[in-house]
Structures are given as C-alpha cells and as structure tokens.
Design a binder for this molecule. Structure first.
Ligand code: PLP
Length: 357
C-alpha cells in the first residue's frame, strides 16, 4: 500500500480545505473575501512590461524592488520586509522557523483555520484560546504556560476572521510584553480597519506583522504577501523560504500595486460603503452582526430555529456563494464577503425571500 511510504502523522491529518472556487460564471463569490474590483491598471501594465522583458532569468531572490517600494510606503527599512507567495507561504515559513516537534503554537478561536493545520504539519500542538463573547481575548492569551509546555509562536489575526472585529494596539503590545515568544499579527484585512500594528514592530521585536495583496489590493490570484519583522529575524526566515518564492511577474505587479496608494484608498472607500449597507440589511433581517473592520461580515441569527447551513444552501442553489462556518462548540454562522453594491444587494434580496417563504 503506497500510504505506508508516507509519514504516519501526515496520513492522520485532515488537511486544510480552502473556500469553494466555483467555475467562472457558476456563482457570485462572496465566500473567500476577495476584492470584487479589478486591481489598478498600473498593475496590469507592470505585468505586461515584465512579460515583455522575458522570463528566461530567475527573479530577484528577495523581491528587492518590492521591498524598496513597500519600505517607502510603510516607513520601514527594506531589511524589515520578507516577501512570500501569498501570506500563506509566509505563515508556513514562520511556523517551520519557530515551532519544533512537540512544541506549542497558540491561536485565537475562532480564527483562520490554516494556523492549526500548519502547527500539526510541523508535528507541534495548537493551543486554541477562545474569544470572549464580546470578541476580546482573555489576558491568559498573552501569557506562557506554567506547566512546562513550550509556547513558541502566537498567531493573531487583526481584524479577526470570521468576526471582522479588532483588538487594540495597546492590547497587542501588552500581549507581546508578557509572552515568552513572538506574536504574529496577521493583518490580512487591516487596510479596511482604522489602525494597524506596523509601528509596533519597531517597539517590540517579538511583534511581527503579516500583510497580503489578496484583499485590499484585489490580487488574490497573483499570490503575494509580505511580513514586517526585526531585520535579524528576517535574515533567519529567509533561510527557510524557497530560493525564488516570488516570481518575476508577481514582483513587478506587487511593486506597482503598493506604489499606487491612490487606487487602494479609493477602493477602500467603496468597500467600506458597501460594508455599511450589508451590515445594516443583515441586521434588519434579524442577524447579529458585529461591527466589521474587514471586507466581510459575520452573521449569526439568534433564533435557534434558523439554520445557517440551510440558508447557505438556499443561497448557493440560487447562485450566491457565501461561507458557512461551523466552529463546533464556538457555534456556526455565515461569513459574507463585501462585493459590489449590486452583488450584495441582489444576494440580500434573495435572502429576504428566504425569510418570507
Ligand atoms: C486571516 C488570513 N490570513 C491569511 C490569509 C491568506 O492570504 P493569502 O491570499 O495572502 O495567502 C487569509 C485568506 O483568506 C486570511 O483570512
């Protein structure tokens, strides 16, 4: 049996299941928090120019043009930036760099499901700390174990997925001060929030900040993420990555994207306006919706007779794909991405019919 050739702990793992990716035209995707708009024209021009220059040579191993552009935009030095093939690539690099077999990675629950999978793939354990009902975390989130277990890394999405809620910078700094290990603030959605933690990286070297172009730059298909950390950490993490983890097209496109902050700001304004509309209409339909600081909302119907799974299936059959999330003891709900006004309004009209039936 071919299975016997593989690592037994790998065979035992369920594996991470990404959100559904229907074929083009099959459904309107409101399930994986992609941006509904086309990225800046400057990105497409950069892609064409990179292709015209030819692809016979390897790209810059550290994606240096992007590091330099992003350093200017974010007010850090290029040595504080590591680039990856999406932020998922950087999460893999981080987990492999900090977590050894048998050691512990802490994460908030419910949050991004991939974190736990990465810990288990590494032969480590996941310490899942539940959010409190108001979507804050207990102080114990910022403390090490007192029973000999070795805590080596903490992942905290801020804004969090699926809730869209945020923890304050003061809270995160306090966690970093009391933790025995680094904390990675996963800011995949921070461009839709009011503040971010990039300046904290200089205040406390245990804080790292992870970013992606997948959401606020509308480039999920490109695969480009970047990490801010102390240069001494970046230097070591670079040993763990594939030599050329970002390709020449992606580096050129990402550099153009980060330089076009006017595009990003204009896009942000549109997403925030649609988010307001979506939140209000979901609340009118009776859902409890925490105030979102991201490009999606988390919708839980308080009526026990309402089935989130059934609503998800109802919408899916009619061409609207939202994300049904079942977190077991932490409950279930619907995570709905902010699309265009037209997409969200049409989905909401369909949902209204469900409640009238
Ligand atoms: C919290 C969080 N982190 C990271 C990612 C991965 O982003 P990327 O497309 O950069 O791999 C996602 C994607 O949905 C996410 O929700």
């Amino acid at each position: 049996m071919i299975h016997s050739l593989l690592r037994p702990d790998l065979l035992a793992l369920p594996g991470y299941v990404p959100g559904e990716q229907p074929r083009a035209g099959e459904a309107v995707k409101l399930n994986t928090n992609e941006n509904p708009y086309r990225a800046s024209d400057k990105v497409y021009e950069a892609i064409k120019a990179a292709a015209d220059r030819g692809l016979s040579r390897y790209p810059n191993a550290m994606a240096q043009p992007f590091r330099e552009a992003a350093a200017e935009v974010y007010g850090v030095s290029p040595e504080m930036i590591l680039c990856g093939n999406g932020s998922d690539d950087l999460l893999t690099i981080l987990t492999r760099s900090f977590l050894d077999r048998g050691q512990w990675l802490r994460l908030a629950k419910p949050s991004y499901i991939l974190y736990k999978t990465l810990a288990l793939l590494q032969g480590g354990h996941a310490d899942e700390v539940r959010f409190l009902p108001d979507w804050t975390l207990p102080e114990s989130f910022g403390q090490g174990f007192d029973d000999g277990r070795q805590l080596k890394l903490v992942y905290l999405p801020n804004p969090n997925s699926p809730s869209g809620t945020v923890l304050s910078k003061e809270t995160i700094l306090r966690f970093a001060e009391t933790l025995p290990c680094p904390i990675v603030v996963d800011e995949a959605y921070a461009d839709f929030a009011e503040e971010n933690c990039i300046d904290l990286v200089k205040k406390n070297a245990k804080i790292m900040v992870l970013r992606t172009l997948s959401k606020s730059y509308a480039l999920a298909g490109l695969r480009f993420g970047f990490l801010f950390a102390d240069p001494a950490i970046i230097e070591q993490l670079a040993k763990m990555k594939d030599s050329y983890n970002c390709d020449a097209i992606a580096i050129a496109a990402a550099t153009a994207a980060v330089r076009d902050q006017d595009w990003r700001q204009a896009n942000r304004a549109k997403i925030l306006a649609t988010r307001r509309r979506l939140t209000e209409r979901m609340r009118q339909l009776g859902f409890t919706v925490p105030e979102s600081h991201a490009n999606f909302t988390w919708n839980v119907h308080p009526d026990a007779g309402v089935s989130h799974k059934e609503i998800y299936l109802y919408l899916k059959e009619r061409g609207w794909l939202v994300r049904y999330m079942d977190y077991g003891q932490c409950g279930d709900g619907l995570r709905i991405s902010v699309g265009t006004d037209e997409q969200n309004d049409a989905m909401l009209d369909c949902l209204e019919k469900y409640f009238k039936k």
